[in-house]
Ligand binder design. Structure first.
Ligand SMILES: Cc1cc2nc3c(=O)[nH]c(=O)nc-3n(C[C@H](O)[C@H](O)[C@H](O)COP(=O)(O)O)c2cc1C
Length: 139
């Protein structure tokens, strides 16, 4: 049972609000804890960028559920690989909202100054998430 990491991006659907985020995180944290999955979710009110770490079969199962979730659309797999250690082992599912701190980081990893993971490499998305996670509460 190998340790693996999956990163995808997606776009929010109309009508999505703060209560939806809280609901996603609540369920995600319960489910991820059961499955020993950890990770980080970034949301800038238009796009999601999420990293899942855990066993290959568990992150695959969660990703399939996420793909069928009608609260977002246009999911694109950005990176999948086997890893030797987790980066987000202290988070069942960390959450990062857009702040001036995150805005200051986009240009470091992207050809444009706005956040748009559809136009970023998987490696850049991974590194951006790692930088942004520094300030994420351990939840
Ligand atoms: C952007 C986004 C991120 C999500 N992240 C997770 C996650 O990390 N873990 C998880 O179990 N569910 C996550 N979900 C919720 C799943 O899509 C699904 O609603 C949840 O796992 C419950 O599935 P069930 O209704 O089949 O039990 C996420 C949903 C969205 C829209």
């Amino acid at each position: 049972m190998f340790l693996a990491r999956l990163i995808y991006t997606s776009e929010v659907v109309e009508g999505f609000d703060q209560a939806d985020i809280e609901n996603i995180l609540k369920v995600a944290r319960e489910r991820n804890e059961e499955l020993n999955v950890t990770g980080m979710l970034f949301f800038n009110s238009r796009y999601f960028l999420q990293c899942l770490e855990g066993s290959r079969s568990n992150i695959n199962a969660i990703y399939h559920r996420i793909l069928n979730d009608s609260r977002h659309t246009n999911p694109v797999l950005l990176d999948y690989r086997e890893i030797i250690e987790r980066d987000f082992s202290s988070w069942r599912m960390g959450y990062i909202a857009e702040t001036q701190n995150t805005r200051d980081l986009y240009r470091q990893f992207s050809p444009v100054s706005d956040f748009n993971a559809y136009r970023m490499s998987g490696d850049s998305c991974y590194r951006l998430l790692k930088h942004m996670a520094v300030s994420a509460p351990k939840l």
